[in-house]
Design a binder for this molecule. Structure first.
Ligand code: HEC
Ligand code: HEC
Ligand code: HEC
Ligand code: HEC
Length: 356
């Protein structure tokens, strides 16, 4: 064999191995999601989809209960959020949240064994009270995102106390001190951005800080007036990779890639996603971050921050959480606003409860 052929064979072999790991193994299903001819399509691997369908079945719904009779506030001592529910419906919900959040640990995950149910001695109960308020806020105030489908504790928790997808501020990899090897929060495999070298923590930039603009593309032909830096653009792409991964879709689910910035050419899903970004910011700012003092240290992140939510917390790889199957109609008590002035309308002061 001549040297040239040998070299060629080596190149073909390397390229072949590379290709093996670059693309999905055929056959794959392609679903068109935009006008024909603009390559707006989603690629699904039937093997992955089959596993996802299994993981996204709804848990069994509890039998409805007779709702006549006294309210929970009349029967119990310490119900600050759910006091106006009939007592029977209250206990049905307690049974449901046990199934959704702590099926293995049971009631004891939030109610210490041997203590009265009214005791607030476990942090998990205090967190749950705030979670009840958060769930209602999502369903009532964020219809622009969650529609009529809404969410229950199960949407995020899926039968475990800590949801599978949470995030903490990412300090980045430790590097040598001084100027040597300063990564500026990127150029390492970023889990947030599908192991690319984009910034490792787009969440702190966009899901905590509402001031950081996600709009980076100039709207003039020449670079006049657009002061967006390359770094801002990289952060935007890191966020976009997170959003695509969380929903299990391509960029073309929300964009016509010939003009990423143009809203006119984008599918309606992009508007839903925009509301989703605003919603996630509120969930973190008003509910999850303020719970920091309530958590034990082992639940906090490497920088001591509270666990927080992103798109994956609900979506878990699917364009609509649980494929858009609704659970709210069977638990309507999670879809109502607290009466103004009632105790449940006010935020529970988590830190005060723990301190006493
Ligand atoms: C994931 C946490 C969690 C689990 C699991 C849980 N509860 Fe609760 N429970 C709460 C919260 C939070 C409250 C307070 C609700 C409020 O303030 O409106 C509460 C309150 C109660 C109360 C009222 C006590 C009083 O006098 O104030 C009873 C009774 C109760 N739960 C029973 C149960 C039973 C029975 C189970 C198991 C089937 C259970 N709970 C499982 C979180 C939980
Ligand atoms: C939008 C997603 C979301 C929804 C909906 C949600 N949770 Fe949570 N929950 C979280 C996140 C994020 C955490 C923080 C995880 C941690 O504790 O490490 C959390 C933590 C908790 C914890 C503390 C677990 C622990 O061991 O630290 C409990 C208990 C809990 N949630 C109960 C509930 C209940 C009850 C509901 C429904 C009323 C609910 N959650 C709805 C996202 C959610
Ligand atoms: C789930 C929907 C969704 C997906 C998937 C998505 N995007 Fe976006 N994208 C948005 C939204 C919403 C905005 C606007 C955010 C804003 O203005 O606050 C945006 C903004 C952008 C911008 C900035 C446009 C401007 O005005 O300067 C770029 C660039 C972009 N996306 C690229 C991408 C790329 C590349 C991908 C794939 C890796 C992607 N997007 C995937 C929803 C999405
Ligand atoms: C609190 C849970 C929750 C979080 C967090 C969340 N979503 Fe959603 N999202 C939903 C639900 C529920 C639906 C289904 C609504 C419906 O069917 O009307 C949905 C629907 C969508 C859709 C529409 C899909 C379609 O086919 O019409 C897009 C796009 C989307 N979400 C993007 C996002 C992005 C991007 C984020 C993060 C910035 C995000 N979501 C965070 C619960 C959530």
């Amino acid at each position: 064999m001549s040297m040239t052929i040998r070299i060629l064979l080596v190149i073909v072999a390397i390229a072949g191995i590379g290709l093996l790991f670059t693309f999905e193994r055929p056959p794959v299903d392609v679903v068109q999601s935009g006008y024909r001819g603009v390559a707006m399509e989603q690629v699904y691997n039937p093997r992955t989809v089959a596993a996802q369908v299994d993981r996204n079945q709804l848990p069994p719904v509890l039998e409805p209960v007779d709702q006549s009779g006294p309210t929970a506030a009349e029967v119990y001592q310490n119900v600050q959020v759910l006091g106006d529910l009939p007592e029977t419906q209250f206990l049905r919900l307690m049974t449901a949240i046990t199934e959704w959040v702590s099926p293995e640990q049971g009631c004891a995950y939030c109610h210490a064994e041997g203590e009265d149910f009214s005791s607030d001695s476990l942090y998990t109960k205090i967190v749950s009270r705030r979670m009840l308020q958060m769930t209602r806020t999502i369903n009532v105030d964020w219809e622009a995102h969650v529609g009529q489908v809404g969410v229950t504790c199960y949407t995020c928790h899926r039968g475990q106390p800590v949801p599978a997808e949470i995030w903490f501020a990412n300090p980045g990899q430790r590097t040598a001190s001084g100027m040597a090897g300063w990564h500026n929060g990127q150029n390492q495999p970023a889990e947030a951005a599908n192991l690319s070298s984009l910034p490792v923590d787009p969440y702190s930039a966009y899901f905590l800080n509402a001031d950081n603009s996600i709009r980076v593309i100039g709207n003039t032909a020449l670079p006049t007036g657009n002061t967006t830096s390359i770094q801002q653009t990289e952060y935007t792409y890191s966020l976009m990779a997170h959003m695509s991964e969380s929903l299990g879709v391509n960029c073309t689910f929300c964009h016509n890639s010939r003009a990423f910035a143009s809203w006119e050419q984008s599918p309606p899903q992009r508007v839903t996603a925009w509301h989703g970004i605003q919603m996630v910011r509120q969930l973190n700012a008003d509910y999850l971050v303020p719970l920091q003092p309530t958590y034990p240290d082992f639940r906090l992140g490497p920088l001591g921050d509270a666990p927080k939510a992103n798109c994956a917390t609900c979506h878990q790889g699917i364009f609509k959480p649980l494929y858009g199957q609704g659970m709210l109609e069977t638990y309507p008590e999670l879809d109502r606003k607290a009466a103004p002035g009632s105790a449940s309308a006010a935020p529970v002061d988590a830190s005060a409860v723990v301190a006493k």
